[in-house]
Design a protein around this ligand. Structure first.
Ligand code: PMV
Length: 342
């Protein structure tokens, strides 16, 4: 038994920040699935353990990484009886990220969605029965590994979390964006500026926890819901300016939550702000639809319509040296995961 999947990372427009037990989101979120930033994962059964337990070994680029195994054990524990088909198996997981591991790009969305897809595929092979709603179950499983991973199993635009404006929306799995999308949002470019490479100082899990009892938590969860309703209309209308304004406001609000939690912390770096200010100045001067968003880290995602990509890249390259930027990733929205032939 073996299975291999390529699954992409994603970038949230409306941010998920704060959760309830069972990996349930405090508010609905919406993201573009990416394409160049992805994880390739293969899971193989190498034999039997001879017990009721299973064994898992993880290799990143061929190197054993026992340090990743607790996260996987936690994920499998959350799967509960759904993971019973793994009992007695000796599993080897091989994984590779298309982006450098230390680039500061979160690998949890791509990594855990790729793993969920492989495991579900193995369950299908073990039972000999086709899974009903394969991707829906994969999204549900991926969510148990990392909330944002639930959105990576579809593309290009994906909604996760219950919201009254979308009847089909659900807290337990993500769905392809169910509403009308103006053609100008069918595809977006995303140039990721790797402002800071390396491990971030505060993990997402710790950040989510700090929303518990946060003075602004309730207001933020409500605001996220209102922003999603507003974005629904913007996506229909094809209004890039309103879209970009929403994007930047969501990014800065996410970081404002970090800065106002107890204890407070900062994930933006001086260069993050330098790029943002330069971007605002350039946008004023050129009147081009180039906007930024941020993940829980210092890196910047520049979002733009594909037809202005060359101008955006020229601008990035012109500032790269002055701003000491090590690298950037030229990415774009994508269609979601693909099964790999081994
Ligand atoms: O999936 P997690 O637990 O790593 O949380 C991700 C949170 C953000 O990336 C900051 C926002 C989001 O919705 O992706």
């Amino acid at each position: 038994m073996q299975s291999s999947w390529r699954s992409p990372s994603n970038i949230a427009l409306i941010k998920y920040w704060g959760k309830y037990p069972g990996q349930l989101p405090a508010n609905a979120s919406l993201s573009y699935t990416l394409s160049a930033s992805h994880t390739d994962t293969t899971v193989r059964n190498e034999g039997k353990t001879g017990t009721r337990d299973f064994r898992i070994r993880l290799f990143l680029d061929g190197q054993a990484r026992p340090d990743f195994e607790p996260k996987i054990q936690q994920f499998l524990a959350r799967l509960g009886p759904e993971a019973d088909f793994l009992r007695g198996l000796d599993l080897r997981i091989d994984t590779h990220n298309s982006f450098p591991h230390s680039s500061g790009i979160a690998s949890s969305a791509s990594g855990l969605s790729a793993l969920a897809l492989c495991l579900l595929d193995l369950r299908q092979q073990a039972s000999g029965k086709e899974e009903e709603d394969f991707f829906r179950t994969a999204s549900h499983w991926a969510r148990l590994g990392s909330g944002s991973a639930s959105r990576s199993v579809y593309g290009p635009l994906v909604l996760w979390g219950r919201h009254s404006a979308f009847a089909e929306s659900n807290d337990t799995y993500a769905i392809p964006y169910p509403d009308e999308l103006h053609p100008s949002f069918n595809q977006v470019g995303d140039c990721i500026l790797l402002v800071e490479q390396g491990q971030k100082s505060v993990s997402s899990s710790a950040g989510h926890r700090l929303m518990e009892g946060h003075a602004f938590a309730e207001a933020r969860f409500q605001q996220a819901g209102q922003n999603l309703s507003a974005l629904k209309e913007i996506l229909r209308a094809g209004d890039w300016e309103a879209f970009g304004t929403m994007l930047e406001s969501e990014a800065l609000t996410l970081h404002a939550m970090m800065m106002s939690s107890k204890p407070y912390y900062l994930l933006m770096k001086p260069d993050t702000l330098r790029w943002i200010e330069a971007l605002w100045a350039w946008r004023r001067e050129k009147a081009l639809p180039l906007y930024f968003t941020l993940d829980a880290g210092a890196n910047i995602h520049l979002l733009y319509p594909p037809d202005i990509e060359q101008e955006v890249l020229n601008w990035v390259i012109a500032h790269k040296e002055g701003f000491g930027l090590g690298a950037y990733i030229r990415d774009q929205s994508g269609k979601g995961p693909i099964r790999l032939e081994i």
